[in-house]
Design a protein around this ligand. Structure first.
Ligand code: FAD
Length: 313
């Protein structure tokens, strides 16, 4: 079976859920080989094995983490030249997409970004033009390089015992042009990361600036909190939580939009969510065209009641 490279997304060896999803997808395409960049491979090993990595290639050259993405792309190109994978899967976040683009140039290969599904033969599904079209595509030149959106697959355990192979890479001076001078972890909110969360509860102008009911309902469900641009522009919630065309694109299992009208620019960021629920006091709000379940009512009454019901269970 051919090897499928998966670039591991992690923080100090703690593997993100998106990597478990990529490994699950990789198993449909061939033998998943994880590529770990950093010095904490041992911490990551149990999770990588749990989701079926048959081998882990460890790249611990410190230059890879001292600079921004260019050295990582160079290193991955060297791994790909040796392993000759049938596909390379990378998480669809800002860093992943930049690495993928640079890698595609180096390998003279086709690149598909933001796939919401990848099936046998590396045939991808993408949602394009603000979600108005669904496209199936396939790379026809070189090694398919595919960035995959969070929640594209449900992680399935496979219980492998991967061997670790240390891989030496040579980083050119031209790749070492942007050095990281400081790096601080984001302040922990105790909630899942917005782009990775399985459930998101978002608030809009209809909150009137009070995100208390949004946060309480999110916490009862173990969800992340999102916001519309109107809420962000009003200074009610930080920009990092904005969902939409000029914010984050999310694709959770469940998206709850409360006090959000459903403007096209908001939909662009959330309409690939698997189940959409809206709470809006206006029965004519455009968001109701999109939902699986809709509640016409005041979010300040509906959400606390829903929170109470969920908490009881
Ligand atoms: P509104 O459209 O004002 O809707 C508020 C809703 O709350 C209404 O439907 C109302 O019935 C309901 N409501 C009011 N009170 C209550 C209550 N008590 N209980 C329940 N419901 C209530 N928007 C984004 O969200 N993300 C983006 O990334 C984004 N990018 C943009 C990029 C461009 C170039 C442009 C031009 C616009 C962009 N927008 C974006 C803005 C977008 O067009 C809308 O203006 C915005 O999404 C509206 O936010 P909203 O739904 O919270 O507010």
């Amino acid at each position: 079976m051919s090897n499928v490279l998966v670039l591991v997304d992690h923080t100090a060896g703690t593997v993100r859920k998106t990597t478990a999803e990529l490994l699950t997808i990789a198993r449909r395409l061939g033998e998943p080989v994880a590529v770990f960049i950093g010095s904490e491979v041992q911490a990551a090993l149990p999770t990588l094995g749990q989701y079926g990595a048959t081998k882990v290639i460890a790249l611990s050259n410190p230059e890879l983490t001292q600079f921004l993405v260019a050295p990582k792309a160079e290193a991955l190109a060297q791994v790909a030249a040796k392993i000759e994978p049938s596909a390379i899967l990378i998480s669809s976040n800002a860093e992943g997409k930049e690495i993928a683009a640079r890698l595609a140039v180096k390998l003279d290969s086709g690149l598909i970004t933001d796939a919401v599904d990848v099936q046998e033969g590396a045939v991808t599904t993408q949602s394009v033009f603000a979600g108005n079209f669904t496209v199936q595509a396939k790379v026809t030149h070189g090694t398919p390089i595919i960035t995959v959106k969070p929640n594209a697959a449900t992680p399935e355990a496979a219980d492998a015992s991967p061997e670790v192979e240390e891989f030496d890479v040579t980083i050119s001076d031209t790749a070492k042009t942007a050095r990281i001078t400081d790096s601080k972890p984001r302040e922990a909110t105790g909630r899942p990361e917005l782009t990775e969360a399985a459930i998101i509860v978002s608030g809009g102008r209809g909150t009137g600036g009070d995100f208390g009911p949004i946060e309480a309902f999110a916490d009862s469900l173990g969800a992340a909190v999102g916001a519309s641009r109107a809420a962000v522009d009003s200074g009610w919630y930080p920009h990092a939580y904005q969902v939409g065309q000029t914010g984050k694109t999310v694709s959770p299992q469940l998206y709850v939009a409360a006090g959000i009208s459903g403007a096209i620019q908001h939909r662009a960021g959330m309409q690939t969510s698997k189940t959409i629920v809206a709470v809006n006091k206006d029965p004519e709000a455009p968001i109701f065209e999109l939902v699986d379940f809709g509640v016409v009512g005041d979010l300040h009454k509906v959400l606390p009641t829903a929170t109470e019901e969920v908490t009881k269970r």
